[in-house]
Each structure stands twice: as structure tokens, then as C-alpha cells.
Ligand binder design. Structure first.
Ligand code: ADP
Ligand code: MG
Length: 394
């Protein structure tokens, strides 16, 4: 599977329609983390350097086809202009932006308003999406897909426009896919995967698909309690998805047959309630008190996980080991993240909360091999699913 790369597309002096992922957290009109805008810069800068005029499509949140002022991309346009060091245009029209596009000169950038304000963008009806895509395609000579966080969506600005214009992947999409390939096609061994986060149901597909590829699978976070429950252990008031216990049992059986080392916690940090100042106690994973809930992996487990990971040549980590938002329950995540920084091959952090966790805990992005920008898209890729936005670029 080879994706058309940017250098192979004739963009010199052309009008380029570019899909970016500019879906940044905004609170009271202030951008809390501009990481995704920064990650989009290399492709935009390349297009500018080629004398292309650039029309950018992006989304923010889930407006579901309604013009919601709090989901306007206007603050993003401002920040993007600052980061590019040039003034950029903003069009509140999405359909009917042709006149604004016509005024663009070489090197100009125009950001269209939140593309999901158009209901057709996310429509399940192919002809509705195609109709919007035709109008978007009429703005440009070529299409560049760089919104990695949305490539698992069959949306007009992601999938359909690629059918209508000469196209290529931007640098961010190429980088993300290259990393994901290293995690799925002949990874360097030993290969360790660490999964945590709140829900097993979010990650079960990834575990299932990666099981016959990995050497070590370490389980932490809220999802570990469904694993302990599957082993018949008492889990007190911890998070659990009872309906998934049979599936987890099957996975554990399969892992045994495949010779995959499954690391489950031997000690747990528990508390009487889910609260920032709840008093933490370390207990054995075999004796979680009935009235307590597990909010982090214990210190012995954290060291075991970190040591095992540090010796791997390929590591993928998704999902915090505990409730890292509360300092008393961030230790497991801290120690495991530290283990990742010692990996001599490639270490990949995926997932929005996981990326936020390592930054909050004081790590630098450069200490890891790669921090993925696309949570859902990366997970679906690792589940072995076909991503419409990537298939469209083949
Ligand atoms: P990501 O966004 O990296 O994929 P998830 O969204 O799956 O991660 O999970 C992140 C959340 O999991 C965090 O908000 C964290 O507080 C929560 N979490 C981790 N461990 C536990 C636990 N033991 N009990 C409840 N929630 C937990
Ligand atoms: Mg999350």
C-alpha cells in the first residue's frame, strides 16, 4: 500500500485544497494546546514555498451541521497566522467561498470556517457528500490530505474530494502512517504494547489485532480491573465492564497459546472514592478491599512495567496507567512514561489523554520516538481497519 506523497504532486503556482486537523481544545475563546496547529505547519509552509495558494478545510468539535459560534475556527485562523508569520484569510462561507478564493495570490492562505457546519460533510448519503465535495473541489487544482485525526472518517473533505482532484498526502499524514507501519509490519523485537485508559471496550479491537504481533502486553488503567475480574479476583468498587469478561478471558487464552507475556498489576493504589484528595493506599492486586476502588497501578507494578518496556525495541503506549489528573494517582503513568524514554528503538505514544499526560507530567515530546496526533485514527489503524481517508490516497 503506497500513498501518493506531496513531492509527487504538481503544486507549483497552483490552487491547493488542503485538509488539516486543527481540532484544538478551546476554552472561552482561548486555545489551550496548539499542538495540532503546529503539526500542520510543515505542509502549509511547503505549499507556500511552492507558490501555491492554499485553501484550508478543517473541523472543530461536533457541531452536527449547525453554525455554533463557540465552534468557530476564527481563533484558530488567528493562531495559524501568528505561527506562519503571515496574515491569513478566513472565510465564514464554506459553500460560496469562490469569490474569496478567486482573490488569492501565490503564497496566500485562506482558512474556511468549520467544515462540519455543513451537514453534508459528515452525511451518510454519498450523493449529499459528493455535492459538497464538488463545490470544495471547484476552489482548487489539487487536494492534499493532512488531517490525520480525521482519516478514519468517510467525510466530504477527507474522502470525497480525493475522488475529484489530483491528490497526495501531506507530511503529517505521511509521518503518522510511517510510524503506524513500524508498529504493524515487521516491528523490531522485542515488541511491547502498554495499554491503559478508562475502558476496555475502546481498546479491545487493538489488543485483539496486535496480540499475534507483540511479545509483551502490559495492562494498566481502569481497564485492568476487567482483566483481574476475568481471573476471578475481587476488584472492590473499581471500574469494570462485566459484559466484556468473557472476551477478556478469550484474549488471555489466546495470549497463552501465542506465548505472549501478559503483564498484569501485582499491586494497586486504591482509594475510598474518585476524588482529587482521596487518601491513597497500596494493596496487593489479590486483596482489593470491597469498599475501595483502584485508581493507579502500584509502585512495584510500575517498576516492573517500566523495566520490561525499556528493554523493548518497539513500544506502543496508549492510555494512562491511572487517574493521572489527580497527583496522588499519577505515579504509575509517570514511571511507565519514564520507561518509554529509555527505549533504544522506537517508542510511540498514542491517544489524546496519554499525550496530555506525558506533557503534564513534565516530559518533553522529544523524549519519545513519536507522539501521535490522532487518537481514534491511530487506534482504528492498529485494529487493522481500513481508513477511508487513506484508501482515497492510494
Ligand atoms: P487516551 O485518550 O490516551 O486514549 P483514554 O481516553 O482511554 O486515553 O483514557 C484516559 C482516562 O482514563 C483518563 O482520564 C484517566 O483518568 C482514566 N483512568 C485511568 N486509570 C483509571 C482508573 N483506574 N479508574 C478510572 N479511570 C481511570
Ligand atoms: Mg481519551
Amino acid at each position: 500500500m503506497n500513498i501518493n506523497s506531496l513531492e509527487g504532486l504538481d503544486v507549483r503556482g497552483k490552487r491547493a485544497l488542503l485538509r488539516c486537523d486543527l481540532n484544538v481544545p478551546i476554552k472561552d475563546g482561548v486555545i489551550a494546546d496548539d499542538g495540532r496547529i503546529r503539526a500542520s505547519l510543515p505542509t502549509i509552509q511547503y505549499l507556500i514555498s511552492q507558490g501555491a495558494s492554499v485553501v484550508i478545510m478543517a473541523h472543530l468539535g461536533r457541531p452536527k451541521g449547525e453554525r455554533k459560534p463557540e465552534l468557530s475556527l476564527a481563533p484558530v485562523a488567528k493562531r495559524l497566522g501568528e505561527l506562519l508569520g503571515q496574515e491569513i484569510g478566513f472565510s465564514s462561507a464554506i459553500r460560496g467561498a469562490g469569490t474569496a478564493v478567486a482573490t488569492l495570490n501565490a503564497g496566500d492562505v485562506l482558512l474556511l470556517e468549520n467544515i462540519r457546519f455543513e451537514a453534508a460533510e459528515t452525511s451518510k448519503d454519498d450523493s449529499e457528500r459528493l455535492d459538497l465535495a464538488r463545490e470544495l473541489a471547484s476552489y482548487a487544482d489539487c487536494f492534499i490530505s493532512d488531517g490525520f485525526g480525521a482519516v478514519h472518517r468517510k467525510h466530504a473533505s477527507v474522502y470525497d474530494v480525493a475522488q475529484l482532484l489530483p491528490h497526495a498526502a501531506g507530511y503529517l499524514v505521511l509521518a503518522e502512517v510511517e510510524v503506524l507501519k513500524r508498529l504493524t509490519d515487521s516491528p523490531e523485537r522485542p515488541y511491547g504494547v502498554v495499554l491503559g485508559g478508562a475502558k476496555v471496550s475502546d481498546k479491545i479491537g487493538v489488543i485483539s489485532n496486535l496480540l499475534d504481533k507483540v511479545n509483551i502486553l502490559a495492562i494498566g488503567g481502569g481497564m485492568l480491573f476487567t482483566f483481574l475480574a476475568a481471573q476471578g479476583k475481587e476488584i472492590g468498587a473499581s471500574l469494570v465492564e462485566t459484559d466484556l469478561i468473557p472476551t477478556v478471558k478469550e484474549l488471555l487464552e489466546r495470549a497463552k497459546k501465542l506465548g505472549v507475556t501478559i503483564l498484569l498489576p501485582t499491586d494497586i493504589v486504591v482509594a475510598p472514592e474518585f476524588k482529587v484528595d482521596a487518601p491513597p493506599t497500596v494493596v496487593s492486586a489479590d486483596s482489593i478491599p470491597m469498599d475501595q476502588m483502584g485508581l493507579d497501578i502500584g509502585p512495584v507494578t510500575a517498576t516492573t512495567f517500566a523495566t520490561a518496556i525499556a528493554e523493548c525495541k518497539t513500544v506502543f503506549w496508549n492510555g494512562p496507567m491511572g487517574v493521572f489528573e489527580f497527583p496522588n494517582f499519577a505515579h504509575g503513568t509517570q514511571v511507565v512514561a519514564d520507561g518509554l524514554t529509555k527505549v533504544s528503538g522506537i517508542s510511540v505514544v498514542g491517544g489524546g489523554d496519554s499525550a496530555a499526560a506525558v506533557r503534564k507530567l513534565g516530559f518533553q515530546d522529544s523524549q519519545f520516538g513519536y507522539i501521535s496526533t490522532g487518537g481514534g485514527a491511530s487506534l482504528e489503524y492498529l485494529e487493522g481497519k481500513e481508513l477511508p481517508g487513506l484508501t482515497a490516497l492510494l
